[in-house]
Design a protein. Structure first.
Length: 563
């Protein structure tokens, strides 16, 4: 475990309280948790909550957290997913050490447990089809109906199960079911399926097996075999806990982990269903699983989110017992808070307007000293070149400016940050009437941005020297959906709420030249623009492309303020 302990500022949540009580009472001398993803997709922000919980409580208690892949469905699983999950967990700051496991490690033992259930008269082979099993299961108000195969002999069940294992029975012809209670008020306990035939090669065991255990049967026994003390899962598994306990109790296993459920993470303006995320990828609505608009961990990483910001977000939202919705702004504020303290400030002009300083020497280049962070001197200083021709933001000039517009207009003076005071004398327009250049004069005595006569200049704008500018592409990402709950409208597809402006690509942006050597780990605040990082996919040597991680303020909250 490599993540540092992060000081708790709130009372213990209910799970940590249970763990603390179990340790204090002596029920457990130490704890063992696990993060058990199925390797059938890429992790998203909801998984990050579970990772931070399971690994976090282990770190806090100097204990162990296992990483286990519950790989029981070979038709949907792959090594690619296994590798991406490991990469994501490590990136978040956690490490499982030597405790990497797979459910497939236990296939022999799981088979033996299934045989043991048959010998106890607690499991049977059923030849009903999947549809017939569902019909026999009953409803919430009506009991189920017993399978006609439910009372076959132990010997017959053993023989047919052996045939299933040996590949002598066709896929779909039968399954192994638990024999529990077809009248149970908990439908999960109405003789659930434990094993099915799948003639599919497994990414680890190859063609060794043609029967595979179901998740619910595998999960509890894997926890038991690994001596997990607290099996933490989301609320959708609450009803499954009865089956979790039934399997362990019926087999009289030597230890019995405690399953505890917590509320899953629901964030507005997004979807986290694996099926829906897959649709977005396969139908081309996004560029891939790591598209920066996706709340997959790989997407967040490419967007520029930091592990610390995601851990902070998970700590902020906490662990609860009831489902609730978290505003996207909470996640965005987590990265703002992190980068505000750590990201150096730089100049980036995204919509450039050329300015010529007519009284500045033509062949002169000066090096202006700029602070990397106005509140954190430890981040040091840098120099940026200054010359006769510069670029400013087009929005920092207005032809018919109102009185309270404190930036450039003809006849008005502004401060170039860390440089000089300039006054606009003339604007140049193209044939369509668009302003394409400004002619200004500078005050040579105002170097550093301070007027020698003490006159007050309210406006301060950023700039980039034109001859030295790094011309590049900048990508502005926004929320992927326009609706707060895009997948909750039963009459409309969630894809109807895709935000057409979730990606804006700006060409010919002008950045200060030092950004040419940006690395994947660097994060910057483009002053007055937002926080940015290198796009690890679109960039090429000598041609960096930058992503906007987040704006300086929550623009969505401002849009939704009451008028």
């Amino acid at each position: 475990m490599t993540a540092e302990k992060e000081t708790a500022t709130k009372p213990l949540d209910f799970i940590r309280q249970i763990i603390a009580e179990d340790l204090a009472s002596g029920k457990h001398q130490t704890i063992v948790t696990r993060f058990p993803p199925e390797p059938n997709g890429f992790l998203h922000i909801g998984h990050a909550k579970s990772i931070c919980l399971n690994f976090g409580v282990a770190v806090e208690n100097n204990a162990t957290c296992h990483l286990r892949f519950d790989d029981t469905n070979p038709g949907k699983e792959s090594t690619e997913y296994v590798e991406s999950i490991q990469r994501d967990v490590r990136w978040l700051g956690f490490d499982w050490g030597s405790h990497l496991y797979y459910a497939s490690d236990y296939f022999d033992q799981l088979h033996d447990f299934a045989v043991d259930l048959i010998n106890k008269g607690k499991a049977y082979v059923c030849h009903l089809s999947g549809g017939e099993i569902r019909e026999h299961r009953g409803t919430l108000t009506e009991p189920g109906k017993e399978s006609p195969y439910r009372n076959r002999s132990i010997e017959e069940n053993l023989a047919i199960f052996a045939q299933m294992k040996n590949g002598e029975i066709e896929e779909g012809a039968c399954v192994l079911r638990a024999k529990i209670d077809m009248a149970s008020p908990n439908i999960i306990l109405r003789d659930p399926v434990l094993y099915r035939i799948m003639n599919t090669s497994h990414h680890r065991t190859g063609d060794q097996w043609c029967i595979y255990p179901m998740y619910d049967f595998t999960h509890c026994l894997s926890d038991m075999l690994e001596k997990i003390t607290h099996s933490l899962c989301t609320l959708e598994f609450e009803n499954n806990r009865a089956l979790y306990d039934w399997v362990l109790d019926t087999l009289a296993t030597p230890n019995h982990p405690r399953q505890i459920e917590f509320a899953r993470l629901n964030i507005n303006y997004t979807v986290t269903s694996k099926r829906k995320l897959l649709q977005l990828v396969t139908e081309g609505h996004v560029s891939g699983w790591d598209d920066p608009r996706m709340l997959t961990i790989s997407g967040l990483r490419r967007r520029g989110y930091t592990p610390a910001s995601i851990r902070s977000f998970c700590a902020t939202i906490g662990i609860g017992k009831r489902e609730s919705w978290i505003d996207m702004g909470v996640l965005e504020n987590a990265i703002r808070d992190d980068l505000n303290q750590n990201a150096p400030r730089v100049f980036g002009v995204l919509d450039p307007l050329k300015v010529v300083l007519t009284n500045y020497p033509e062949n002169l280049t000066e090096e202006m000293v700029a602070q990397n962070h106005p509140q954190i001197p430890e981040l040091g200083e840098r120099t940026v070149p200054f010359s006769r021709e510069i670029y400013i933001e087009a929005s920092d000039f207005m032809e018919d400016a109102p009185k309270k517009f404190f930036r450039l207009s003809v006849g008005r003076e502004v401060r170039l940050r860390y440089a000089y005071l300039i006054t606009c004398q003339e604007m140049i327009k193209d044939d369509q009437g668009k302003v394409v250049e400004l002619r200004c004069t500078y005050d040579p005595e105002s170097k550093g941005g301070t007027a020698p006569d003490g006159r007050k200049v309210k406006g301060t704008i950023h700039w980039v020297s034109a001859p030295h500018a790094l011309r590049t592409e900048v990508r502005l990402y926004d929320r992927l959906f326009t609706a707060e709950y895009p997948d909750m409208d039963k009459d409309r597809s969630f894809k109807e709420f895709l935000n057409p402006t979730s990606l804006t690509i700006l060409q010919d942006c002008m950045l200060e030249p030092g950004l040419l050597n940006t690395t994947n780990e660097d994060r910057f605040q483009f002053e007055r623009q937002g926080y940015f990082c290198l796009d690890t996919v679109e960039s090429a040597p000598g041609r960096p492309v930058f992503n906007r991680i987040v704006t300086l303020r929550d623009s969505w909250a401002k849009l939704n303020e009451p008028v």
